[in-house]
Design a protein around this ligand. Structure first.
Ligand code: PEP
Ligand code: MG
Length: 580
């Protein structure tokens, strides 16, 4: 038995078998000349590989229809159609005859040429086809070379996934029903992979550096997503202790659900609003279970990442409308797409040295007016189905906010011309997640109906510490005096202008810092829905007056160490552990 310690990233405990998933590179494709009398045999090899690949995709299609989303199933359906494309088969046959080269080389060469052509197209729909072509030809070549490969969408038994790194799109597309825990070399609590693990209630420990070298496929693991411990091949006692902890964790969560219908109000009567963050539309069905008063952040970009393509206006409209109808009258804040960084749009490779400082979020949207306005029109149309709010990510200053508002006006005009109705008044908010935005919050407040503070990015940019890099994770301290000053500045600027200050970064769901945020004057806390009861419990047990005093002391502290110890002492005094 061996214990490793990483970054606790999604609470819960999982006990199960390790599945070590290391992505292999594309194989070297053999290239050789064939004789004329081998043509028939090469062609037969292709037909056979085609049949095997089709059977595999058909099975994946059926599994995805049963266990995953329609979008996921649609991708496999499109792959099947490509395999059956007789025109493409004829072209392969012609080149085989003309070039007299082995069939895997011909398939690779032709699909590569086609993918390159499609990837260069200005039309995003064609660019996305490039990815499909590469996927299908890869499967076909694997069959020709008798290579067995594994995709996380194909998981068919319960595992604890052990990986070096995992993109958010991989998390969305893996068969989540069978992923009971996640263990990763890279990443930290605010990386999007961690955010998704929490959204899907998968216990996760990230930032373990080289755990993939320590764990073997099939090892028994205990993953504690609350402490960050990963036990490899635990002894009987460790298993029994952890099984006990799983039961206690379940019981505690069930008890917290009793708070569902009670208001998020302090002992001295100060009321705040607790909302949910969602990444996929299906999550909206869960939020009432935890007593969320609406959706404070819908990360709309995940719609594109799940579908593996740019969703068109109709698809987006259906998704937004579904979310709005699911939550009834409750407000839904749709954040316009925050692509770039670690969330790359399929079919659009952006080659950047520093993606987190690059073409992300509103910068990308403003540079792609067609994509941006398509999304805005879809949101406007959906506004007829509920209480929608719009929010722009990564605003760095007033120029960007004004440009975004201008495009929203254009989208309104386009809806009018096309005869699409939309709500008369829709609140439009600004995310404060770049230091320059916090510093000019007073100016941004003039043009915003509300603020929402994205602490994941605000902390990353304030401390210059990449949120996905476990080596600098120790720097990402929410209680750093610089961060607290930015929070105070932002909240004060909002209140001076008479608008609300919300927070939708992970800090909003951290109960240990709830009193500090209350004291700073935060009006709305938006978080993974399952964190709401814990935060509510703290709010209901605290007084605003005392929280204000705590915030005052924290703001005049010199270091995050000092703030953390202040908060710890305050919490121990206010919420003494029950005597046994
Ligand atoms: C944030 O930065 O805090 C935020 C909520 O946005 P995201 O995590 O999607 O970047
Ligand atoms: Mg952000």
């Amino acid at each position: 038995m061996k214990t490793f310690s990483g970054i606790p990233s999604s609470s819960g405990i999982a006990i199960g078998k390790a599945f070590l998933y290391l992505e292999e590179d594309f194989p070297e494709i053999p290239r050789y000349t064939i004789r004329k009398n081998q043509l028939e045999a090469e062609w037969t090899r292709l037909l056979q590989a085609n049949g095997e690949a089709a059977a595999e995709i058909q099975a994946l299609y059926e599994q995805a229809s049963r266990e995953m989303s329609k979008e996921q199933a649609d991708i496999f359906e499109a792959h099947l159609l490509m395999l059956e494309d007789t025109d493409f088969q004829e072209q392969i046959k012609e080149r085989l005859r003309a070039n007299l080269q082995n069939i895997e080389w011909i398939v690779w060469e032709m699909s590569h040429e086609l993918a390159l052509k499609l990837a260069a197209s200005p039309d995003p729909v064609f660019r996305e086809r490039a990815i499909d072509i590469s996927d299908v030809s890869r499967r076909l070549i694997d069959k020709l070379l008798s290579i067995t490969r594994f995709s996380l969408a194909d998981l068919n038994q319960d595992v604890i996934l052990v990986v070096h790194d995992l993109l958010p799109s991989n998390v969305l597309n893996m068969n989540k029903a069978h992923v009971k825990g996640l263990v990763m070399d890279m990443g930290s609590r605010t990386s999007h992979t961690a955010i998704l693990a929490r959204a899907f209630n998968i216990p996760a420990v990230l930032g373990l550096s080289d755990i993939t070298k320590e764990i073997k496929d099939g090892d028994k693991l205990v993953v504690n997503g609350a402490t960050g411990d990963v036990i490899v091949n635990p002894d009987r006692l460790a298993v029994i202790q952890n099984e006990g902890a799983i039961n206690r964790f379940r019981k505690m969560n069930a008890e917290l659900l009793d708070l569902r219908d009670l208001p998020a109000e302090t002992l001295d009567g100060h009321r705040v609003s607790l909302k949910a963050n969602i990444e996929v539309p299906e999550e909206a069905e869960q939020i009432s279970r935890y007593g969320a008063e609406g959706i404070g952040l819908y990360r709309s970009e995940f719609l594109f990442l799940t579908a593996g393509k740019t969703a068109d206006e109709e698809e987006q409209y259906r998704a937004y409308s579904h979310v709005l109808k699911t939550v009834g009258d409750l407000p839904v804040t749709i954040r316009t797409m925050d692509v770039g960084g670690d969330k790359l749009l399929p079919g659009l490779r952006i080659d950047e040295k520093n993606p987190l400082l690059g073409w992300r979020a509103i910068r990308f949207s403003l540079a792609h007016p067609e994509l941006f306005k398509t999304q805005l029109r879809a949101i406007l149309r959906a506004s007829m189905d509920g209480n929608v709010r719009i929010m722009f990510p990564m605003i760095s200053g007033i120029e960007e906010l004004e440009q975004a508002l201008f495009m929203l006006e254009e989208a309104r005009d386009e809806c009018r011309k096309r005869g699409h109705a939309f709500a008369g008044h829709i609140e439009v908010g600004t995310m404060i997640e770049i230091p320059s935005a916090a510093m000019t919050a007073d100016v941004l407040a003039e043009q915003s109906d509300f603020f929402s503070i994205g602490t994941n990015d605000l902390i990353q940019y304030t401390l210059a510490a990449d949120r996905g890099n476990e080596r600098v994770n120790y720097l990402a301290q929410p209680a750093h005096p610089a961060v607290l000053r930015f929070l105070r500045m932002t909240i004060d600027a909002a209140h001076q202008r008479g608008i609300q200050a919300a927070m939708c970064g992970e800090l909003a769901g951290d109960p240990s810092l709830t009193p500090l945020l209350l004291g700073l004057g935060l009006d709305e806390f938006s978080m993974t829905a399952s964190s709401i009861p814990q935060v509510k419990k703290i709010i209901r047990g605290a007084s605003l007056e005392k929280c204000r005093a705590l915030a005052g002391k924290a703001l005049s502290s010199r270091s995050y160490h000092q703030v953390n110890s202040l908060v710890e002492t305050w919490m121990a005094e206010t919420f003494p552990p029950p005597r046994v």
